[in-house]
Write a protein that binds this ligand. Structure first.
Ligand code: GLY
Ligand code: MN
Ligand code: MN
Length: 430
C-alpha cells in the first residue's frame, strides 16, 4: 500500500490532468476523448501474446500498466469514466483495482466486452490508441495535432509523478546494489539479472525496458540484450542499465563497476563518474539540454586525453573531428515518465552533430531527464578511426587492452526544479 502522501498527491494529479486535458480539447475543437489502454497483440502464427505494458496517455491518468482492453473517457466538466475489461474467464485471473482514494474522482464501469464504452452526447469525439484496437470505434482516430498537444501535457511532471519517479529510483537502486554485489562475487549475467529482480521484486516482463546487463566486452554493446549463463574466467567489468516501474512510472539507471585488478579501467570509470556529476549539476531551468550534450563531448575529450587514449589534439579538435563520437556515440539522455523514453522531447529533427539525441529542449521546472554519458570501446566505431588519417593520435595498444572491458555508462534521473535540480538517483543511493 503506498503512503498517504502519494495517495493524496495522486488525487491532486488527476485534478491537474482534468484541467490540462480540458484546455487541450477545447483548443482543438473536441468535446470528448476516448483513450484505449491497449492490448498485447497475438504473435503471428501462434496463440501466444507479446508482453503488455499499456498506452502512455492511459498510464498518465491511471498508472495501471496491466489493464488490457480498458478505456478512459474524458469529458469536460465531468468525471472521467474508467471502463475495466473483466470477462468471465477461467483461464486467467481477473485484473484487480486496489481500492484507493484516486478512484473517487472516476466513474467506474466493469465490462465483459472489449468494446469501447458508449460516448453518449459527445458530438466531436477523438479516440486515441493503437490503431487496430480502434477500428470499430466511432470518432476521429489519433488526430495528429491533438496527439501532439496531449504529449505536451506529459512534459511538466506533477508532484505526484515526481514522487512516483523518486520511488521508482529507490526501488531500482536496491537492485543495482544487489547486482553489483553479485558481479563482485563472480556471478554470470543471468545470475546478476536474478539478483536485480529479487531485490526489486519485479518480474522481467514488468520492467520499463529490458535490463541491459553486460559483463566484459558485452558492456560495449549499447543495448546488449542477452544474458550469458556462465561467468567469464576473468570478470573485468559490469555495465548494468536497469529500472523499475512504480505505479506506471519508470526509473532508468546505469552503473558501471570495474572488476578486481582493473586499475586503468577503474580510473576511467571514476573519471566518467566525475564528469557525469558535473553534467548533472548543469540541469536547471533555462539551460539548453543540447548544450549539456555538447559539454559532454568536451568532457569526454578531456578524459580521453588524460587517460592517454588520444594524444596530440586539443579537446575542441577531438570533438570537431568526430573522435569523441567514436567513443560516445549516443545522446546525453531523454525525458522520463510513464515511458522510459518519454514523449515530446524532439519538436524538431536532432542536430547533425547529435543524430541520436532524444531531447532538444530548453529545460523548465517540472521536466524530468536522464543524464547518461558513456565511453565505450566499440570495434566497429574505433576501427575506421584507427585506420583513418587521425589514427596516429589514437593509442591502439591501450584500446586493445581496454576493449575487453567493453565500456562505461553512468545514468541518473534528474528533476528540473524552480531553481536547479533534484537528482532522484543520487538521493536513492544513500
Ligand atoms: N535504458 C535505455 C536508455 O538509457 O535510454
Ligand atoms: Mn538506461
Ligand atoms: Mn536512458
Amino acid at each position: 500500500m503506498p503512503n498517504t502522501r502519494i495517495l493524496s498527491l495522486q488525487a491532486e494529479h488527476v485534478g491537474i490532468l482534468q484541467g490540462r486535458y480540458e484546455r487541450v480539447l477545447e483548443t482543438h475543437g473536441y468535446d470528448g476523448l476516448l483513450i484505449s489502454s491497449g492490448a498485447a497483440p497475438t504473435r503471428y502464427g501462434d496463440d501466444q501474446s507479446w508482453h503488455f505494458q499499456g498506452f502512455g496517455p492511459f498510464l498518465h491518468w491511471t498508472g495501471l500498466t496491466g489493464f488490457e482492453h480498458a478505456w478512459l473517457l474524458i469529458r469536460p466538466g465531468r468525471k472521467p469514466l474508467l471502463s475495466v475489461y473483466q470477462p468471465v474467464d477461467f483461464w486467467h485471473a481477473s485484473v484487480e483495482l486496489a481500492q484507493e482514494p484516486w478512484l473517487a474522482a472516476f466513474e467506474l464501469l466493469y465490462s465483459e466486452s472489449r468494446s469501447a464504452p458508449e460516448s453518449g452526447d459527445i458530438s466531436q469525439l477523438a479516440v486515441i490508441g493503437d490503431p487496430p484496437l480502434l477500428a470499430e470505434v466511432p470518432g476521429e482516430h489519433n488526430p495528429g495535432a491533438l496527439c501532439g498537444a496531449l504529449d505536451e501535457t506529459r512534459v511538466h511532471k506533477t508532484n505526484y509523478e515526481i514522487a512516483c519517479l523518486a520511488q521508482a529510483n529507490k526501488l531500482a537502486m536496491a537492485g543495482h546494489h544487489a547486482a553489483q554485489d553479485a558481479f563482485l562475487a563472480g556471478a554470470s549475467e543471468f545470475e546478476i539479472n536474478l539478483a536485480f529482480q529479487r531485490a526489486t521484486l519485479q518480474r522481467e516482463a514488468d520492467a520499463p525496458y529490458h535490463s541491459i546487463i553486460g559483463v566484459n566486452e558485452h558492456a560495449g554493446t549499447l543495448h546488449y540484450q542477452y544474458y550469458d549463463t556462465t561467468a567469464p574466467t576473468k570478470p573485468r567489468s559490469l555495465l548494468i542499465d536497469a529500472g523499475v516501474r512504480y505505479r506506471g512510472y519508470c526509473s532508468d539507471i546505469t552503473r558501471t563497476t570495474a572488476g578486481a585488478g582493473e586499475g586503468r579501467f577503474g580510473a576511467l570509470v571514476q573519471g566518467l563518474e566525475q564528469l557525469q556529476r558535473r553534467l548533472g549539476s548543469m540541469v536547471a531551468p533555462g539551460v539548453d539540454y543540447v548544450d549539456i550534450h555538447r559539454k559532454t563531448h568536451l568532457g569526454i575529450a578531456a578524459l580521453l586525453s588524460a587517460a592517454e587514449l588520444v594524444s596530440g589534439l586539443s579537446d575542441d579538435d577531438m570533438v570537431s573531428e568526430g573522435i569523441t563520437r567514436a567513443f560516445f556515440p549516443h545522446g546525453i539522455g531523454h525525458f522520463l515518465g510513464v515511458q522510459v523514453h518519454d514523449v515530446a522531447g524532439k519538436p524538431e529533427l536532432s542536430p547533425a552533430d547529435a543524430p541520436f539525441l532524444r531531447l532538444m529542449r530548453t529545460l523548465e521546472s517540472g521536466m524530468v531527464v536522464t543524464i547518461e554519458p558513456g565511453l565505450y570501446f566499440i570495434p566497429s566505431l574505433l576501427e575506421p578511426l584507427l585506420s583513418g588519417p587521425l589514427g596516429h593520435h589514437v593509442n591502439r595498444p591501450l584500446i586493445n587492452e581496454l576493449k575487453g572491458c567493453g565500456g562505461i555508462r553512468i545514468e541518473d534521473n534528474v528533476v528540473v526544479t524552480g531553481t536547479g535540480r533534484r537528482n532522484l538517483t543520487r538521493e536513492a543511493e544513500v
